[in-house]
Design a protein around this ligand. Structure first.
Ligand SMILES: C[S@@+](CC[C@H](N)C(=O)[O-])C[C@H]1O[C@@H](n2cnc3c(N)ncnc32)[C@H](O)[C@@H]1O
Length: 235
């Protein structure tokens, strides 16, 4: 493929979310600067032999990086390959992916085996039920979970300082974006990750975002608590 063809393909996508160099000298016009997020994530350099699930894969920047590092990648998004830049990313890079167009809530019905790594990036605060969403992500993860989220990094002084808080953001109240439902604070993201039986290995807070790398840590009591709460276990 030459630069002109790559540019033409990039231009054929009506809207890019991810901004990154997709081909030498050709960048996608997305406003989300993926390179700096990737740096913050510190994903392993070598993912040979690993399976990766990229939840909310959008234009596929993070799927692409994992595939380039040797992983077998499944992307999930309720938007289609063609409705995002994902199809063009596949065409330009020549990399192969499984792409599931579905809502996260339906993921358990696909009967997929667990993945070595699950990327849950930029999705949690878009979900009306973030705990349930994280629980689904965690259930599909055998080893390492990477969570990235918008969050409130300004600590409120007083009685609730340090408490795990999730603020409801009705309608367009958060940046006019109707897809935003809940704004967690760092303590909340930590507590939620631990509650779905993961142990935090590394975290990076701020500004207004948080990254958590966590690994599986079984706790029967926590598992039972969720199963009972979701009606999957006799009380
Ligand atoms: C803010 S973008 C994040 C994209 C990418 N993960 C990143 O971090 O750059 C959120 C993505 O998740 C998808 N999404 C949001 N809620 C979803 C749901 N319930 N099921 C499937 N995809 C969802 C959106 O379509 C969008 O592509």
């Amino acid at each position: 493929m030459d630069q002109e063809t790559a540019q033409r393909l990039v231009d054929s996508v009506p809207e890019w979310h991810h901004g990154f160099e997709i081909f030498p000298g050709v960048s996608t016009p997305g406003t989300y600067q993926c390179a700096s997020v990737l740096e913050r994530l510190e994903l392993p350099d070598d993912l040979s032999g690993c399976s990766v699930l990229d939840i909310g894969c959008a234009d596929g920047f993070f799927s692409m990086v994992c595939a380039q590092r040797g992983a077998e990648v499944t992307g999930l998004d309720y938007r289609s390959r063609e409705g995002t830049g994902f199809a063009v990313m596949e065409q330009i890079t020549g990399l192969e992916f499984r792409h599931i167009r579905d809502n996260l809530w339906n993921l358990p019905q696909h009967g997929l085996a667990q993945f070595d790594l699950v990327l849950f990036l930029g999705v949690l605060y878009h979900l009306p039920d973030p705990y349930r969403g994280l629980n689904i992500a965690a259930a599909h993860c055998r080893q390492a979970l990477y969570l990235e989220s918008a969050c409130e990094t300004i600590e409120v002084a007083g009685k609730t300082a340090g408490a795990p808080l999730l603020e409801f953001t009705p309608g367009r109240s958060w940046n006019g974006d109707i897809t935003n439902f809940w704004r967690p604070n760092p303590a909340c993201l930590r507590a939620m990750v631990e509650d779905v039986e993961f142990e935090i290995q590394r975290e990076l807070v701020g500004p207004l975002r948080m990254v958590i790398h966590a690994t599986r840590a079984a706790d029967e009591m926590l598992e039972r608590r969720r199963r009972v709460a979701y009606g999957l276990h006799p009380v």
